[in-house]
Design a binder for this molecule. Structure first.
Ligand SMILES: [Zn+2]
Ligand SMILES: [Zn+2]
Length: 340
């Protein structure tokens, strides 16, 4: 089968490899779509921390079941079933796994990051990471993973109806957070420096309040919108250190600050300002099985629309040629989808 290998930063090579053979408890999936993620762009550009090469990228995967050797007590899968994959392989025994949070397993292996991913024709995965949904399209199924990251962040925040939620950054994860916070009934304020994205938030996502932080004081604008209260929840989806440090100022007293975005530096903030608010700071990593189930349901009932996210398609054979152009065009690319 054809496999696309990121040999080193800025170099993709197509290689011929063997279709994996299955052990008990494994499912073989023929890949149909691969969403390209910020992580993939960073890995390609060589600025993803702790990344090892060569690596097969790709963790936003959908496809069809092409074979399986299920464990005795597992059933319900059929050849040809349409699936998406939960790409966070966990150990099942560490402190996080024991607490039902395999999303932050101490020895997590994320497909396409810590171990080879799905930029190939077939992948095998343990049966418990396969989600079947024949009612959805391959595009929708490949969006489940990034959407679930947003859904997990929103769930971690414990957002309630009518609360003010500021979402910082309106890339795919920020948009997902907007979608799921809206489902909770929150009043959304989106902050970005990309006016095109902010316009999209208004037109396609019905966001009432947007702030271009290059053009106005975000603190003043939020104070005005919230009638002086500031935000019950702030969600960072930028992974940008300056944005993260600035966003502490957007918190209401009793507010919660959830970091979905990740960067390499040290965060700093005023202890007295944080203390007097009795604020909560929390990170949100990956997603749970329950988040995947909720996202599948949201796609089926139409509360999340795949076409609001997917802006570009590229055939698998052309990824090596076109990846650089996609990586350099964040103005226009929201989610690019690899097709077969
Ligand atoms: Zn991703
Ligand atoms: Zn674990």
């Amino acid at each position: 089968m054809k496999t696309l290998v990121c040999e080193e930063p800025l170099r993709f090579v197509y290689k011929e490899s063997v279709i994996p053979t299955l052990a008990e408890g494994e499912v073989l999936i023929q890949i149909k779509r691969i969403g390209i993620c910020g992580t993939d762009y960073h890995a390609y550009q060589g600025n993803q921390p702790f990344f090892q090469y060569p690596r097969v990228l790709g963790h936003e995967l959908s496809g069809v079941i092409d074979g399986f050797k299920l464990s005795e007590n597992v059933g319900g899968l059929k050849l040809g079933d349409k699936v998406c994959i939960l790409p966070y392989l966990s150990c099942g025994s560490c402190v996080a796994c024991r607490k039902g949070k395999p999303n932050c397993c101490t020895s997590i292996q994320v497909l396409g990051v810590h171990t080879d991913g799905g930029m190939c024709e077939y992948i095998k995965v343990p049966e418990q990471y396969v989600f079947v949904d024949n009612a959805l399209s391959f595009d929708q199924l490949a969006l489940v993973e990034p959407l679930a990251i947003g859904a997990h962040g929103v769930n971690n925040a414990g957002i309630k109806a009518d609360e003010y939620v500021a979402i910082i950054g309106s890339g795919p994860i920020g948009l997902a957070a907007i979608n799921f916070a809206q489902i909770k009934g929150a009043k959304i304020i989106v902050v970005d420096i990309n006016q095109e994205r902010l316009n999209l938030c208004k037109t396609k996502f019905q966001v009432e309040f947007t702030i271009n932080s290059l053009e106005e004081s975000t603190v003043d604008a939020i104070r005005h919108i919230t009638d002086g209260d500031m935000c019950d929840t702030v969600i960072d989806a930028t992974g940008n250190l300056n944005a993260i440090n600035s966003s502490f100022h957007y918190l209401a007293h009793t507010g919660k600050y959830i970091l979905i975005g990740l960067q390499k530096g040290e965060i700093s903030f005023s202890h007295p300002e944080f203390h007097k608010r009795e604020a909560t700071l929390m990170s949100s990593r990956n997603a749970l099985h329950s988040d995947f189930d909720f996202v599948l349901e949201s796609l089926k009932n139409g509360s999340v629309q795949a076409e609001n996210y997917i802006t570009h398609n590229v055939h698998f054979d052309n990824v090596a040629d076109q990846f650089d152009g996609l990586a350099k065009n964040p103005q226009e690319v929201i989610k690019a989808m690899i097709t077969f």
